[in-house]
Design a binder for this molecule. Structure first.
Ligand SMILES: [Zn+2]
Length: 145
C-alpha cells in the first residue's frame, strides 16, 4: 500500500501527469457545476490534491464526481503509455466500463465548454489528434469504410 502511494507521488511529480490531472479536474468541475448544481459540491479531497497536483485551484465537485476524479487521477498517474495518447484514442481501456461511460459524458459536456476556461489549445490538439487517429485507423484497415 505504502509502495503504491510512493509511486503515485513520483508519477504526480511528472509535469505532464500533473498537467493532465489539472485538466481532468477542470473538466469534471465544469461538468459537475453544469449537471449536478443541486448537489452539494465541495473542494476535492484526494491523494492528488494532497500532493498539490491541482495547484491552488482545487476543483469543487459532488461526491459522485469526486469519486470519478479520484479514480481518474490514479488511472492517469499509472498510465503505462509514454507518450500517453488521448484516452479516447487509446487501445488500452484501463477504465472500468462504468467509469469510462461517466468520463465520456464529462468529456462530451466539458470539452467544448473548456474553450472558455483557457484550454482552447488543448481542446484543438485533442480534436486534431482524434482526427489523425481515426484516419490512421481507417487507413490501416482496408475492410472498413
Ligand atoms: Zn458532480
Amino acid at each position: 500500500m505504502a509502495e503504491s502511494s510512493n509511486r503515485f507521488a513520483q508519477r504526480m511529480a511528472d509535469a505532464n501527469v500533473a498537467k493532465d490531472t489539472r485538466l481532468l479536474g477542470d473538466f469534471v468541475a465544469i461538468y459537475c457545476k453544469g449537471n449536478h448544481a443541486q448537489t452539494k459540491r465541495v473542494p476535492l479531497q484526494s491523494e492528488g490534491v494532497t500532493l498539490g497536483a491541482y495547484g491552488r485551484k482545487v476543483p469543487a465537485v459532488c461526491p459522485d464526481c469526486a469519486e470519478l476524479l479520484t479514480y481518474a487521477e490514479k488511472r492517469r498517474a499509472f498510465c503505462a503509455k509514454d507518450p500517453k495518447p488521448f484516452c479516447s484514442n487509446c487501445d488500452t481501456h484501463c477504465y472500468e466500463p462504468e467509469m469510462r461511460e461517466y468520463m465520456r459524458e464529462v468529456m462530451r459536456y466539458a470539452g467544448p465548454r473548456s474553450m472558455f476556461h483557457g484550454h482552447a489549445i488543448d481542446s484543438i490538439k485533442h480534436l486534431l489528434e482524434g482526427r489523425a487517429a481515426k484516419k490512421a485507423a481507417t487507413a490501416s484497415d482496408p475492410t472498413s469504410d
